[in-house]
Design a protein. Sequence first.
Length: 301
Amino acid sequence: MPIKIDSDLPARFTLEKENIFVMTQERAESQDIRPLKIAIVNLMPTKEVTETQLLRLLSNTPLQIDIFLVQMASHVSRNTDRHHLEKFYMPSEAIFKQKFDGMIITGAPVEQLPFEQIDYWTELCRIMDYARENVFCTLYICWGAMAGLYHLYGIEKHICKQKYSGIFYSKLLDPNEPLMRGFDDYFPVPTSRYTKILEDDVRAHKELSLLAYSDSTGVTLTKSKDNRSIFMTGHLEYDPDTLAKEYQRDKEKGLNPRIPENYFPGDDASQPVFSKWRSTAHLFYSNWLNYYVYQETPYRL
């Protein structure tokens, strides 16, 4: 899939080194095709890393995509260069003037706080409400999934005594669900959070379908039955070393973290790590784009 991005976006150079096809504005304008419009509401602190991770996965189909990066006006980012945000991101107010084929709302390292205490909560709620009517399918990731389930369905997150960190296997509950087409009965999901969503809380809502569950970490994947909202509580987009970096960061903060489960060879943090979830991640994003965005959205938004 050619992804149309700004020619100066740092992610472009990383992706091109990996032989991933990215397309500049100049080349895209020469093609007689309507690309999919995908907005990414990037709430992660290391925004450039998350951009590359998501764009890598959105590149795995023959569709052309226009990417719109969105930042919160009510929050000052301390980990991303201001010039980068001003050049490549639009304020959330700008998305209310248009419609999108798809939207991604990322996670954020704020899951232990009550939602209402987060400085951009009101702004994010407005985006989620807007997406229900103006985006054909919105994918919520990790904390974003918990925020969406809370705001849209009143489902509470449950704070756990210790952080879930590692690669946890989830059980596929509906093999006929298009989003899960090609998945194994159990599949690996990188997880990094202090909270969980309970199975009974999701099943209590007739508007939701539970698609995958982990005995350790709770609900992994659920969606609205109208296919307009998908909630993934893990981080399939993570690089092989992302959990290692988070583990080291937590150690430096004196948090005394447990070593990530099913991650380092022999639970030895000095050993190199390898991806166990890359194929699952590409399959998931390919299925989402194909079955829930491309095949549902009209030619004229």
